[in-house]
Design a protein around this ligand. Structure first.
Ligand code: IMP
Length: 181
């Protein structure tokens, strides 16, 4: 979609808050950190669908390692409020036993999704697990989470774009937008 200062997604209005250039700069920074920290390793990236599909595609192309990627699903969100209910991890078709795993997430809000994901994956005895998130809302965190890689911390406002949605819509922008009304 073309760049607009404000966009309408269903009945809500959003204003541009993180331009594409800033996203790409931060993604390059994080990819360089991962490539440095995992030098000599062959990690498995697990991208959490649907929200991380664009982030994962951009991040992976900046990673300077021999690596694999698999896409998993685990949703806990509807509309603009977290439901608090979490579902099972589906689509994990790589054996992660003894492998270093990096979870690729679009946004960490309460952290419940990531906490559940970590519990589920640890049961399969990976060598290690790190979290890499595009966005983090630190003021919303309800659980203690060690987030090793984060592109950007944001305030407690609902955002869309660059893969993130409002009720299924608004994923197809290059920039990120914050709700205004
Ligand atoms: P958590 O379990 O509360 O951390 O929620 C994480 C999930 O909620 C993310 O993977 C997103 O799918 C969704 N989410 C949280 N905040 C936002 C937002 O501001 N915009 C779009 N989706 C969000």
């Amino acid at each position: 979609m073309k760049e607009h200062k404000t966009i309408q997604v269903k009945e809500k209005t959003f204003v541009i808050s993180i331009p594409e250039s800033e996203l790409q700069e931060q993604i390059k920074r994080v990819a360089a950190e991962i490539s440095r920290d995992y030098a000599g390793c062959q990690p498995v990236f697990l991208a959490v669908l649907n929200g991380s599909f664009i982030f994962a595609a951009d991040l992976l192309r900046e990673i300077d390692l021999h690596c694999e990627i698999s896409f998993v699903k685990l949703a806990s969100y509807e509309g603009t409020k977290t439901t608090g209910s979490v579902r099972e991890v589906i689509g994990l078709n790589v054996d992660i036993t003894g492998r270093p795993v990096i979870i690729v997430e679009d946004i960490v809000d309460t952290g419940l999704t990531m906490a559940h994901m970590l519990d589920t994956l640890k049961a399969q005895n990976p060598a290690s697990i790190d979290i890499c998130t595009l966005l983090l809302k630190p003021s919303k965190l309800q659980v203690k989470l060690d987030i090793r890689y984060c592109c950007k911390e944001i305030p407690d406002d609902f955002v869309v774009g660059y893969g993130l949605d409002y009720d299924g819509f608004g994923r197809n922008t290059k920039d990120i937008y914050t709700i205004i009304k």
